[in-house]
Design a binder for this molecule. Sequence first.
Ligand SMILES: [Zn+2]
Length: 470
Amino acid sequence: MRTIIQGGTIVGAGDTVAADVLVEDEKIAAIGKLSGRRRLDDKVIDARGLLVMPGGIDPHTHLDMPFGGTRSTDDFFTGHKAAAFGGTTTHIDFAIQRKGESLIDGIRTWKAKAEGKAVIDYSFHISVADPTDETIAEIPRLNREGVSSIKVFLAYKNVFQMDDTTFLKILGVAGEVGILTLVHAENGDAVALISEKLLAEGKNDMKYHNVAHSAVIEAEAMSRAVDFVEITGSPLYIVHVASGQGLQAVRRGRLKGLPVMAETCSQYLTLTDKAIETGGFEGAKYICSPPPKTAWDQSIIHECLADGTIQTVATDHCPFWFDGTKKGRFAGKELGRSSWAKVPNGVPGIEDRFTVLWHVGVNSGLIGPERFVALASTNAAKIFGLYPRKGTISVGSDADIVLFDPNKKHKISAGTHHMNVDYNVYEGLEVKGWPVQVFVRGRLLVEDGEWLGEAGFGKFISRTEMGRVL
Ligand SMILES: [Zn+2]
């Protein structure tokens, strides 16, 4: 089966060229002027006026994730379908170790969740919940399971949070054996102490979530994490950076030449703290940790997308029903009607990341199309050991391709999105630039808003090596 994508403009992280692309089975077989190589039975796609980009890679998602008696609403089918509609063709989800179980058990549990449901390609990081000596001893064996990244938490006291000694140990061991450490950097002790005080004072409105998770809470943990990189010499990837102050710590580390990298999320590109602070319980829709911060913080994030301080834009996609009491649903944000402290933490976004980043980044002139491709796809592939199989339009790479119409407009809405959730944090935002055709390994999954995919097509992508520090 051969397809020729003809007459488009290929945009890569490093250059832009007008060229045709030949897809043969699952791979990109040739790039160039290909009209002379056409066979009678080739499928030819007219890509004139379209950008041909590598499929998006979302390195941070939580599909089918248990959370305080409920779970995130998208599973590996609905989440993948939504991702594909939005131009994302690979994601890395967080498998979670359970207390008393091994890291390997956690990875296998998550592999089973995706089995038979997956539509796009996927891989896993493993989150540490029980940082015992046995757990640490497992780290050198993780890549046998196809996992080369481990996540630790400085947040969520009494659940995931680990102390500095344990963090230093894991960071050290992981670095030695070629496993990349990811960190959720918020000071969990400070969050717990402030939360306790707020709740004792009867401060239950949604807006107090922002007080408990302020910028300095993030920046303190981030600054410490950057120093730990210097102490251990191990590379570190800081997930979901939301504050300008936190980014200053990242900048400090990078200027020193430390192997520290930063991810932000699409919601921080458009939302500020005001989203949670206005509208009473409506604010619960936007509660996530860390929450979006001030307009100033957002301006620093924008700046860091352009200047290279931030390497990737993810989603931290972790949707919960806004109203889980309706028929056929399960508990969601309404669990926190009485207090912000009980609201399940997380926002949907897997479908919107690619287009929102294009809209906020490229249409505004903040970044160019090539930098967009780096942030949306190529850098994640390089950092997490997927490159050059993923993240590039190159001969021999998987044919994960987005045909993108930079002039097509679309108004984002829960009424038309494909995520299994009853609201959208970008509701009403009109974006210019839209994925019109989306391929995963040569297979067309979405064409002009029509779904052509099939459960079970998506593949687990084994990552046995760390990738590289960008
Ligand atoms: Zn997360």
